[in-house]
Ligand binder design. Structure first.
Ligand code: GTP
Ligand code: MG
Length: 197
């Protein structure tokens, strides 16, 4: 799939506003500020495709990007785990996030992004356990890898790969950096597999 041909389709406050639940979707999930939107921009080589921000909690809607291939989409989900938003708002996002994950039949794989400096927090683990339980394959991207030197990146990668065996499911772990354009082939290969290209 030529991910450079991705285009913004819609922002939905909840799953009822999404395109029909047919075809193939892969969703990008992770804590606020983990680098979800940046990774989509890096993958598609379009700097302004998904809105990024220094302020965590930027992506509050379910953002849908169409691929050129028919009925194949990438989804930028609202981040979780951000403390500094009103509780009511948190509950609302949490609801659209869990609704999406639980009800979306066309979801074929989940990319879980984690800042390499703060990987595998409780909510990340909960999400992966859930995905394994429903038989959804997971690609963990350790983002902002550029924050570490190459030796430490590799050590962290091996550590998280080792720890991920505990999930006993289809969980792959790779390094990623939007800044250094690192990890793109690994990401696109996995997406191709899931999107049945
Ligand atoms: P929410 O939508 O708020 O949940 O955040 P997000 O997960 O979409 O994160 P976003 O892509 O907006 O990035 C958050 C911050 O991290 C921004 O300031 C980015 O510039 C920075 N960032 C993202 N990717 C990288 C990276 O690979 N390296 C470095 N050094 N910074 C990055
Ligand atoms: Mg975002």
């Amino acid at each position: 799939i030529n991910y450079r041909k991705a285009s913004f389709f819609t922002s939905a406050p909840d799953i009822r506003k999404l395109p029909p639940d047919t075809g193939y979707e892969v969703a990008f999930a992770g804590r606020s500020n983990a680098g979800k939107s940046s990774s989509l921009n890096t993958l598609t080589q379009q700097t302004g495709l998904a809105r990024t921000s220094k302020t965590p909690g930027r992506t509050q809607l379910i953002n849908v990007f169409n691929l050129e291939e028919e009925n194949r989409r990438l989804i930028d989900l609202p981040g979780y785990g951000f403390a500094k938003v009103p509780l009511a708002m948190k509950l609302k996002w949490q609801k659209s996030l869990s609704e999406y994950l639980e009800k979306r039949e066309c979801l074929r794989g989940l990319v879980v992004l984690m800042d390499i400096r703060h990987p595998m927090k409780d909510l990340d683990q909960d999400l992966i356990y859930w995905a394994v339980e429903v038989g959804l394959p997971v690609l963990v991207l350790l983002t902002k890898a550029d924050k570490f030197k190459s030796g430490k990146q590799k050590a962290e990668l091996l550590k998280i790969r080792e720890a991920s065996l505990a999930f006993q499911g289809d969980v792959t772990v790779e390094l990623f950096s939007s800044l250094k354009k690192q990890g793109i082939p690994q990401l696109s290969r996995k997406l191709d597999e899931w999107l049945n290209a």
